[in-house]
Design a protein around this ligand. Structure first.
Ligand SMILES: [Zn+2]
Length: 109
C-alpha cells in the first residue's frame, strides 16, 4: 500500500521549493542590464544559465503537479505502462515517477 499522505507532503514541499526557485530566477532575469559591453556579455551568459535552471525547475514542477493530480484521482503509484505498482523505494527517490523500474529501464534502453 502506497503511503499517499507521505508522498503528497513530499511533492508539495518540493513544489514549494521549485516555485521559490522559479521566482528567484525570474527576478534575476528581470534585473536591468548594465550598459557596459563586457558586462553585457557576462550577463547574457548568466541569463542563459538561469534560463536553463528555470526550465529544469519548471519541468520538474510540471511533473510534480501531474503526480499530485494522480494522488487525487487514485492512480498514483501505478506504472503508466504496465499498470503494476511502482516500488515504494523508487517513489521515495523520484516521487513523481510514472513508470515502474522495469518499464523505466525498458524505456531508457
Ligand atoms: Zn511498468
Amino acid at each position: 500500500m502506497t503511503d499517499l499522505a507521505h508522498f503528497k507532503k513530499k511533492l508539495e514541499t518540493r513544489a514549494k521549493e521549485l516555485g521559490a526557485r522559479l521566482d528567484e530566477v525570474e527576478d534575476l532575469l528581470d534585473d536591468p542590464h548594465t550598459k557596459d559591453f563586457s558586462d553585457q556579455a557576462i550577463e547574457r551568459e548568466q541569463d542563459e544559465v538561469l534560463e536553463r535552471l528555470g526550465q529544469s525547475a519548471a519541468r520538474e514542477l510540471h511533473l510534480i503537479r501531474e503526480a499530485l493530480a494522480r494522488i487525487k484521482n487514485g492512480t498514483y503509484g501505478a506504472c503508466l505502462a504496465c499498470g503494476g505498482d511502482i516500488s515504494q523505494a523508487r517513489l521515495e527517490a523520484v516521487p513523481y515517477a510514472t513508470l515502474c523500474k522495469d518499464c523505466a529501464s525498458k524505456a531508457a534502453s
